[in-house]
Design a protein around this ligand. Sequence first.
Ligand code: ZN
Ligand code: FE
Length: 244
Amino acid sequence: MSAALEIVRVPVLADNYAWLIHDPASAETVAVDPGEAQPLLDAAAQRGWTIGQVWTTHWHPDHTGGNAAMRAAGARITGPAAEAAKIPTLDVTVGEGDTVRIGDHVADVWHVPGHTAGHIAFHLRDDGVVFTGDTLFAMGCGRLFEGDAAQMYGNMRRYAALPDDTRVYCGHEYTQSNGRYARVAEPDNQAIAERLAEVDALRARGEATVPTTIGLERATNPFLRAGSAEALAKFRAAKDAFKG
Ligand code: ZN
Ligand code: FE
């Protein structure tokens, strides 16, 4: 059993979260979705860490904007093969069924389309950790820019099947807005009302609301709880129009 990974949240741009994963055993460090480079380089340097890899979930600039500078600083950039044409900084391309590593820790690559066509997630099964990019959010899911509700529903079923204590690291601080919609989507769900009150308190203090867990999402996320692709489609369309 290798030592636990350290995972550090790094706010970048307006409301993105990038992440540093550090493996004390190997001294390796991975940056996930660096929308800009400097905050991650600084956060790593403060801890005496060197970023050797970048894992990219999808091509959007708020997740890849720092790749070139990371690469120039010596990192190897891994991302979705299906989006390689849109991510010129990739050194390693991966897709469903591939694995990536940090030290002895292995992440399974999942193809989770819908937000973008080639979107991937990184599931560190033995660590109980999943990096979901812009697919599963706290109390929400990503917008359907390059796919459909059936695809996102399939992604949600996969996430929902993970153990409840799996920690979920997503790409944005959208929880308060998601929670306000979640209350409308499921007005009788007391767990949502309670969580939103906690989220409101955290945000009033300027604090982050992620990571979350699969168990908490199973209780409070209408998109993860949706019983069909049609139900998810209805929620997604309503959230797109929601002015909460
Ligand atoms: Zn995105
Ligand atoms: Fe994003």
